[in-house]
Design a binder for this molecule. Structure first.
Ligand code: TRP
Length: 451
């Protein structure tokens, strides 16, 4: 077998992993979920879950990848025995499911970007809604899905160093610069404080018992960090022994959270200062693609420039994420069947396209259903199932595997990179006694919400 690929440097790995974390989840997902009314409770639960669940989980997932050196499909069985093989299948299935709708969102992003660039912005909300209705399904959506998938495939086909690492090295810093610039600009808008207050700072203790808010916080944490289905596991399998996993996890999680908050600081002032709060509180999946361009249109040329920058930034963020999702099946096929990277990419891309197709075409009226299902509903459903329930379930399994079944694997790996014993113990205790019960609650609530 060929020598296994490796990152060129530790920094390359961190940038790639942070690139995987930072994506449409931070921009589209954060705006979408934060606007469903949870306010400060949503924000705090999200941050809490990130710290007590996602952070230890990320270390565990990386340790599993690095210590086995295997793909997401094979690593669970290597660590836990044959009984854990289904977890590998779950990882691959969920990656396909998430990528299936993710590339469609990328398509919307690309279309909105091109429209702002070439034709300018919609004058009012009705026009914006019209435009979104045109691109959200059918041929335009398919075109966006198809092209985004091709771009993602090209990067992954170029390999770990020449594809993924190279893209993240310039993509991530550029994204940060653009986002900070936009957040500063948005802070100066008229309704900025109103916006922060309404969506992020409003405290309502009743929300603590609202299952929608709780499950939104779980989904947002898991999706945004991208932990739980082996994407980071795959990246870590190309990592050398020295990289200090706890430190890198903190870096990755920190960057991701910073981008999520910064994105909120851009979108919510905009929404408020242009009186679009109504549109958002209905919180359709399309919020970002409707309100942002509408709001910005009243600022003339400046607005158009900001829109172009924002959606370009979103697209860059998206592609550094979609490559990590595609890497899961690709690494698995290479590992399990000995396929070449290019062959694995082609087959995975075709499967992804097929899985996402119902979210482009919608579903016709089927015998068991009372009505035809719109493409948007299918997409929302895929987001809840793959990006919610099953993703969190993957996290639960990982916690059990590395916390209880194969803790020595975690310990040995952390020893290898000189993690202080006290920190190792802390991580294990967190994984066993904090993360596990909390994720269990997350799975239960998100299943109830889903049904
Ligand atoms: N984290 C990315 C985002 O916020 C999406 C993503 C990349 C992801 N890899 C993942 C989500 C793995 C879940 C699992 O857009």
């Amino acid at each position: 077998m060929a020598v296994k690929e490796q990152w060129r440097s530790g920094l390359g790995f961190v940038l790639a992993a942070a690139g995987s974390a930072v994506g449409l989840g931070n921009l589209w997902g954060f705006a979408y979920r934060a606007s469903q009314g949870g306010g400060m409770v949503f924000l705090m639960l999200y941050l809490l879950i990130v710290v007590v669940v996602c952070l230890p989980l990320l270390v565990a997932e990386m340790a599993l990848g690095r210590s086995t050196g295997r793909s997401p499909l094979v690593a669970p069985a290597v660590a836990g025995g044959r009984l854990w093989q289904p977890m590998g299948w779950l990882f691959v299935l969920v990656s396909f499911g998430i990528l299936g709708f993710y590339v469609i969102l990328m398509g919307w992003t690309g279309q909105t970007l091109l429209h702002a660039l070439i034709h300018g912005l919609p004058q009012d909300k009705a026009i914006a809604q019209d435009f979104f209705d045109q691109i959200r399904g059918g041929q335009p959506a398919f075109l966006g899905q198809f092209l985004s998938l091709i771009l993602t495939s090209l990067v992954v086909a170029c390999g770990v160093q020449k594809g993924i690492e190279r893209l993240s090295r310039w993509g991530l810093p550029l994204l940060f610069i653009l986002l900070i610039g936009l957040a500063i600009w948005a802070a100066g808008l008229q309704g900025a404080h109103e916006g922060y207050r309404t969506f992020l700072l409003r405290w309502d203790a009743n929300e603590l018992l609202n299952p929608t808010t709780i499950s939104n916080a779980f989904k947002q944490a898991f999706f945004s960090i991208g932990a739980g289905i082996g994407a980071i596991l795959a990246y870590a399998s190309y990592l050398d022994r020295r990289a200090h996993l706890p430190r890198e996890s903190v870096l990755i999680v920190g960057m991701d959270t910073a981008v999520g908050l910064l994105a909120g600081m851009v979108t919510f002032p905009l929404v408020m200062s242009f009186g679009l709060a109504d549109a958002v509180s209905k919180s359709t999946i399309g919020t970002l693609f409707i309100t942002l361009p509408t709001g910005l249109s009243s600022l003339g040329m400046t607005g158009r420039l900001v829109a172009v920058l924002f959606f370009a930034l979103a697209y860059i963020a998206a592609i550094t994420s979609s490559v990590s999702l595609l890497e899961v099946p690709v690494a698995s096929l290479m590992d399990r069947l000995g396929w070449t990277r290019v062959r694995a990419v082609c087959v995975s891309a075709v499967l992804t396209l097929l899985i996402g197709l119902p979210a482009v075409t919608g579903l016709p009226k089927l015998p068991g259903l009372s009505d035809a299902v719109s493409s948007l509903d299918v997409l929302g459903w895929m987001d809840s199932l793959f990006g919610g329930v099953l993703l969190i379930l993957g996290g639960l399994f990982l916690t059990i595997l590395l916390g209880w079944v194969a803790p020595s694997r975690l310990r040995n790996d952390l020893n290898g990179c000189n993690t202080p014993p006290a920190l190792q113990r802390l991580l294990l205790v967190m994984l066993r006694w904090v993360s596990l019960p909390v994720v269990t609650i997350g799975v239960i609530i998100s299943v109830i919400e889903f049904l």
